[in-house]
Every structure is written in C-alpha cells, then in structure tokens.
Design a protein around this ligand. Sequence first.
Ligand SMILES: Cc1cc2nc3c(=O)[nH]c(=O)nc-3n(C[C@H](O)[C@H](O)[C@H](O)COP(=O)(O)O)c2cc1C
Length: 345
Amino acid sequence: MSADLRTRYLGLELRNPVVPSASTLSSRIDNLKRMQDAGAAAIVMQSLFEEQIEHEQIEIHRVLEHATESFPEALSFFPELEDYNTGPDAYLRHLEQTKRELEVPVIGSLNGTSRGGWVRYARLIQDAGADALELNVYVVASDPEVTSADVEAQYLDLVSAVRASVSIPLAVKIGPFFSSMANMARRLVEAGADGLVLFNRFYQPDIDLETLEVDPTLHLSSSEECLLPLRWIAILRGRVQASLAATTGVHRWEDAVKLILAGADVTMMASALFRNGPEHVASVLAGIERWLDEREYASVEQAKGSVSQANVADPMAYARSNYMQMIVSYTSPYDWRQSPAEPRA
Ligand SMILES: Cc1cc2nc3c(=O)[nH]c(=O)nc-3n(C[C@H](O)[C@H](O)[C@H](O)COP(=O)(O)O)c2cc1C
C-alpha cells in the first residue's frame, strides 16, 4: 500500500504536503487549475500589497476631494471604497472566483509592514472566502536609529492587528534575519500566528556595470537555498505550537522530503513552478511517495520531524558544533595541507 500523504496545516486537512506558494502564477485561473490537477494540496494566492491598497486609497481620496470641492453632490456618485472597482477590489473578486472554481483550500495573502487602514483587507480576504490568510511581513530594516526591538515590536503589532480582524487561520511569512529567530518565532505565535512560513526570500538589488544603475532583477531560487528553512524548521519543530511551512529552494522531491523530515507540515514552491510549469507538482509528489514507500514509511505524518533537532542523536549538528570541523576539513586543489607541486585532482 502506498504511503498516506495527508498532512495538517493551519488546521486544514490537506491531501499532501505540496503547496504552490504566493506568486503571480495564481493570477490566472487556468494556472491554478493545472496546479490543482497536478496534485497541489492547497494554493496560496499572490499577495495583496499594502502599497497597492494605499495607492488606491490615496488616488480615490484625491479624486473624491477634487470632485466634492467642485460639486459636493458628486460624493453620492462614488460607491463605498470596498465596492469601488480598484486594484484591491479586483484582487478580492479574483479570490472569490478562485474559491468558486477550485476544490482545494485557497489561502489569501496580504503583504505589508505596518499597522494601518489597509489591515482591514484581512477581513475582506476572509469575506471573499479564503480558507486561511498568509501575512507576508517584508521589512528591510535599514534605518540605524531603529533597534531590533523596534522592528520586532512592529512585526508583533501587525500580527496582533491582523489576528484581531480575522477568525480564519493565520500564517505569518517572515525572513530569517532576526538576532534570535527561535524567540521571535515563539512571540509571533503568541501574537496569534497559527503557522509560520519560513522563509521569505529577500530580493537583492544588483548593480549594472554598464549603466551604473541599481538593477532590481528577480532571480529565481536554486535548490541549495532550501537548507536555510531546513535548519530552522528542524530547530523549531516541537518548540513552537504552530504549523510550519517551508518556502525558498523547494525544487525537487528530495528537497521536499528533507524538509518534511526536518518537520515541515507543507513544502511550498514558486521558482520551480516558474521553471518547470504547473505540472511539476506531480513529479515532486511522485518522488515523495516513492521515497516514503521505499523506506517503508506509512505516512507523511510518520516521517514528519523525524530528523528534527529534537529527534537526532546530535542536536548540535543543527547549531554551531560542526562548524569549525567542517571548515577545517574542507579540501580543494589549493588546500594549505597540500604541497603546491602536487595539487589535488
Ligand atoms: C514571480 C514571483 C512572484 C512572487 N509573488 C509573491 C507574492 O505576491 N507574495 C509573497 O508572499 N511571495 C511572493 N513570492 C515569493 C514566493 O512565494 C516564495 O516565497 C519565494 O519565491 C521563495 O520560494 P521559491 O524558492 O520556491 O521561489 C513571489 C516569487 C516570485 C518568483
């Protein structure tokens, strides 16, 4: 009998642990259906961005102010902001349509950094039918006056505000750059996160040597990048009372299996789907199933977390212990232990 692939994420019963993460792939219903048909267990929608909402609100206020200065009665021509056919409104309509057309759970996504009027969109995403909400907090703390405590308070404040406005499960997607990642994870859960999505991949601007301009090109990830979420999921498994999702670097079925062993409830993919198409989900799933069968695991649940920090013979392997040993034992043709006359092959 084949291994049982079912998993539980944010309280949702999913048919397996492979979920397309938030991306522009979800902006088309045909893509979403292809991912579902290939076996995707749930879908995370592309984010609705704080900037997008605020931009629309500023524009509408500008139009309204201008109109009402000239013709006070014009106000009555403008519907309520929620009903206005704006970017955010189109997002909510698309979410409603996605919910109608897909059978798998649909997770809405909200992307922002600060508490503000836009936070009410969490409720509107819930009202549009989302089964859960993922809050992507993408802060690049670049002001030297702002302390790490300030930044952390900003995250917690935002998570509490969103938690207070929805009753559906809430996942929080964060980056890895905290002085004490495990403590921050715990406090996010205390502030109301039902799950953590680890990790946001911060896009790194490059410099174009021809134009000397900052080049914000987006590069897709590679498989090696999944080692960062792997470590932290392994460390956090059993230490926070929350679901754990892995994002960044999940390309192959091997990546997904490792992350499940580390303790991920679901593994999320974006770059791999852009590279290989929506049907790639099926080959990742087939690989996971094959591996579990060959190793005689009865289920994903059985494998989940079996190589987490709490379950390995050498827990320090996930921390610093092997660091020095690894560095000094690394060999190359230029190794200081080799004679220059006899470089290694
Ligand atoms: C083209 C593109 C669009 C994305 N859009 C979003 C988004 O709207 N919201 C979000 O939280 N993450 C977004 N992401 C980030 C992905 O969800 C994912 O976390 C990141 O790409 C790392 O995973 P990967 O290695 O599988 O690509 C996007 C990524 C790509 C490549």
